[in-house]
Each structure stands twice: as C-alpha cells, then as structure tokens.
Design a protein around this ligand. Structure first.
Ligand SMILES: C[S@@+](CC[C@H](N)C(=O)[O-])C[C@H]1O[C@@H](n2cnc3c(N)ncnc32)[C@H](O)[C@@H]1O
Length: 159
C-alpha cells in the first residue's frame, strides 16, 4: 500500500517534525509512506475574499500537481465526513483490497483547500468541528493512519 500525505507549507516546529518522523518510521515497516510539502502563499489578514481565493487556488494547483490519476484522494476538511478510527481502518483495508492501493491525503494551508482540490477528492475526512493548525493536523493524521494499520493487524496498540 502506498500512502501519500500532501501538506501546504514547511513544518517549522521541531516537536511536530519529531512526532511525524516517529509515526513515519513506524509506518515504513507496513507501507510505503511519502510526505510531500508544497509551497504556501502569504496570507495576511488584509486579503480580500478574491485574494484569499487566489491563495487557495495557487496552493491547490501545487497540490494537484503532486497527485497522479490512479491515486485515491482523501481531503481533510472540517466540514468533511467524520468516522471512528475503526471505520477509518476498515476503509483503508478495503481500499487496498478493492483496487486502490495508492491513497493520498491532502491537508490545506491556513485558508483551507481550493474548490479544485475538493473536486478531485474521492472522499473527505473530518476530525470534528474544531479547527486545527495544519502542522498539528499532519501529526494527528499520521497517528490515525498508524492506528488504522495497528487495528488492521490486530495490535493491542488500539484499545
Ligand atoms: C488551519 S486549517 C484551515 C482553516 C480554514 N478556515 C478551513 O475551513 O479549511 C488548515 C487545514 O487543516 C485541515 N484541518 C484543520 N482542522 C481540521 C479538522 N477538524 N478536520 C479535518 N481537517 C482539518 C484542513 O485540511 C484545513 O484545510
């Protein structure tokens, strides 16, 4: 199974980098995991609605350039579809079993994902109504992907 996580902007904080590296190391034994960072656009408070759309479109274009046709894309979005860790694990297992071994997760920048990225997505994933910073979201997502693999292998990691 090939897991790709595309995020906008570089991880700055050491503690996020360390956490993500730890889950990547654990996952590397179970799947091929690729983390891709695409460039972010400056998004000062003063931007108009049209300028904000442009920021999302530019970042979205960079995200889409990293996605191949065969990839099954899951967009992380606050208003997306929530599920339990067990349901998420089953979904990943089913995708692998039924012809979608290339799963790509996309996380938006500070203004979120563009309509074009949302249109490309095969599914959405919400971690609830709370807004998380995109760097933290990357770490939480990596833990949940690792948890999914642990659930699917029957490991006591998931209680
Ligand atoms: C700072 S948030 C963007 C906030 C923006 N106002 C929006 O509504 O998308 C950055 C990215 O993190 C992800 N994200 C943040 N909180 C999330 C949540 N509760 N569930 C799923 N994804 C989330 C989304 O991909 C979002 O585009």
């Amino acid at each position: 199974m090939n897991i790709k996580v595309i995020g906008v902007g570089k991880l700055k904080e050491k503690y996020f980098k360390a956490g993500i590296a730890e889950y990547k190391k654990r996952l590397d034994k179970l799947a091929k995991v690729l983390i891709i960072e695409v460039g972010d656009e400056k998004a000062p408070e003063s931007l108009s609605a049209a300028e904000m759309d442009q920021v999302k479109e530019k970042e979205g274009g960079r995200i889409l350039a990293k996605i191949k046709d065969k990839e099954y894309v899951i967009a992380l979005a606050i208003e997306g579809k929530q599920r339990s860790s067990e349901a998420f694990a089953k979904e990943i297992a089913d995708l692998g079993t039924y012809g979608h071994p290339d799963i790509t997760f996309v996380i938006g920048g500070s203004l979120g994902l563009s309509p074009a990225v949302m249109a490309r997505a095969n599914d959405t994933l919400s971690f609830g109504k709370l807004t998380m910073p995109h760097q933290l979201m990357r770490l939480v997502l990596m833990e949940q992907i690792y948890r999914a693999f642990m659930i699917n292998t029957g490991s006591p990691y998931h209680k």
